[in-house]
Write a protein that binds this ligand. Structure first.
Ligand code: S3P
Length: 427
């Protein structure tokens, strides 16, 4: 589906964004491993999370969907051998986190994915999980792959060269099945939803700076979880409010986990008018209501230290840079090339069509911002990448006469009603 959008005069109102994608994956997986029934309130019914739900069902969990809620009956850490291939669709989080669990099972299983996911690197999880004793077969480290589990796995100390929550989670989940303490160290802290969730399900996990260590355990305890709104989805609406004149928007119940809030921190330094109200905790995660208003921005530089805490927000951050006074530089972001599309190439190529001055580098790009510049009327590619489609949609609302975003239905990967919510707040 292609979508045609153009400049709006302002956005205003109060909205909620859908539940956090990362937290939903973890809640579903750990509930499926627990002994008993967990209730998950406000889960994310997006395509990626539905893949995790289907796979957990194939592995033996009883999962009932009731409106926005999930009831999951798990039968313990030992899962049932699936009858068919486990299909992760477009979801890297599903494929990588589930691999960590499958590594510790008594059976052989197979995971596959769609065209985009089949081009994404799985060596990053194959390496540590093989060291722990699981046996993988794959074509050069890509999906489809088969995993011969081993129980117990060998506990390892893993010093990762990547700040990747997916790799960290796969190793920590496998650590539940190991014969001793599994230690995972990362160069910069990546999102810590797995550590928080494991703790609440009763796992024996300790955190010391950028190092997490986990002891094997007999059983996990079922939980009642309420999932907050996804900051990565809220980011598109925060950006729209900041960019479009006379706008003011409240986004309620958004997760602001400190390992995920780099986008908010950098936006503040650029001069954005954003307020955080009603800060509280919900199921072990910090949450608040965010108010964002139209603001004049100045440029910003980001590097490897902050990138992991805003990795999924970089496409929309790039758009803010295009409207900020001065030159902004994004470096240390090579991981963007390994996402649903090569996001450095996607951003640079499509932004050039809009008339934005942007130069690609190996690990990022440089943008010359024009606060009063309009964007060209044109047709842009989403590359079936949800976050590229949403960032380009906000670009259209902020400054184009007419823009056609191709294959915009891919927003359903993380935000099925994105265009419905936009319609509610645009004037
Ligand atoms: C995710 C981790 C990040 C992020 C992805 C979701 C997660 O990927 O980009 O959208 O839920 O663990 P990496 O761990 O590969 O950085």
């Amino acid at each position: 589906m292609n979508i045609k959008l153009s400049k709006v005069s302002k956005i205003c109102g109060s909205i909620e964004v859908p539940a956090d994608k990362s937290i939903t994956h973890r809640a579903v997986i750990l509930s499926s491993l627990a002994d008993g029934v967990s209730a998950i309130k406000n889960y994310l019914p997006s395509e990626d999370c539905l893949r995790t739900i289907e796979i957990c069902k194939q592995l033996g969990a009883d999962i009932k969907i009731d409106g926005n809620n999930l009831y999951i009956k798990g039968y313990g850490l030992k899962l049932q051998k699936p009858n068919s291939v486990l299909y992760a669709g477009n979801s890297g989080t599903t494929a990588r986190l589930i691999s960590g669990i499958l590594a510790g099972q008594h059976f052989k299983s197979e995971i596959a994915g769609d065209e985009s996911l089949s081009k994404r690197d799985m060596k990053r999880i194959i390496e540590p999980l093989s060291q722990m004793g699981a046996v993988f077969e794959s074509a050069k480290g890509f999906l489809p792959l088969s995993i011969e589990g081993k129980s117990p796995l060998k506990a390892i100390k893993y010093d990762s060269d990547k700040a990747s929550a997916q790799v960290k989670s796969a190793v920590l989940f496998a650590g539940l099945y190991a014969d001793g303490i599994t230690e995972y160290r990362e160069p910069i802290k990546s999102r810590d939803h797995s550590e928080r969730a494991l703790k609440s399900f009763g796992a024996d996990i300790k955190i010391d700076g950028n190092c997490a260590s986990i002891n094997p355990i007999e059983k996990l305890n079922p939980q009642n979880i309420e999932i907050c709104g996804d900051l990565s989805s809220a980011a598109f609406f925060i950006a729209a409010s900041v960019l479009i004149e006379n706008s003011e928007l409240t986004i309620k119940n958004v997760g602001i986990n400190p390992s995920r809030d780099g986008f908010l921190r950098i936006l503040k330094t650029m001069g954005a008018d954003i307020e955080f109200d009603n800060i509280r905790e919900s199921s072990g995660e910090p949450v608040c209501d965010i108010k964002a208003r139209h603001s004049k921005l100045h440029s910003a530089n980001i590097d490897a230290d902050i990138v992991p805490s805003m990795i999924d927000e970089i496409p929309i951050f790039a758009l803010l840079c295009a409207k900020a006074e001065g030159i902004s530089k994004i470096s240390g972001a090579k991981e963007l090339r390994a996402k649903e599309s090569d996001r450095i190439k996607s951003i640079v190529g499509q932004f050039k069509k809009l008339g934005i001055e942007i130069e690609e580098s190996e690990d990022g790009f440089e943008i010359c911002g024009k606060p009063d510049g309009k964007f060209n009327s044109c047709e842009v590619e989403s590359f079936f990448d949800h976050r590229i489609a949403m960032a380009l949609s906000i670009a259209a609302l902020a400054g184009a006469d007419d823009m056609i975003i191709k294959d915009a239905h891919c927003v359903a990967i993380s935000f099925p009603n994105f265009y419905g919510v936009l319609k509610e707040i645009c004037l």
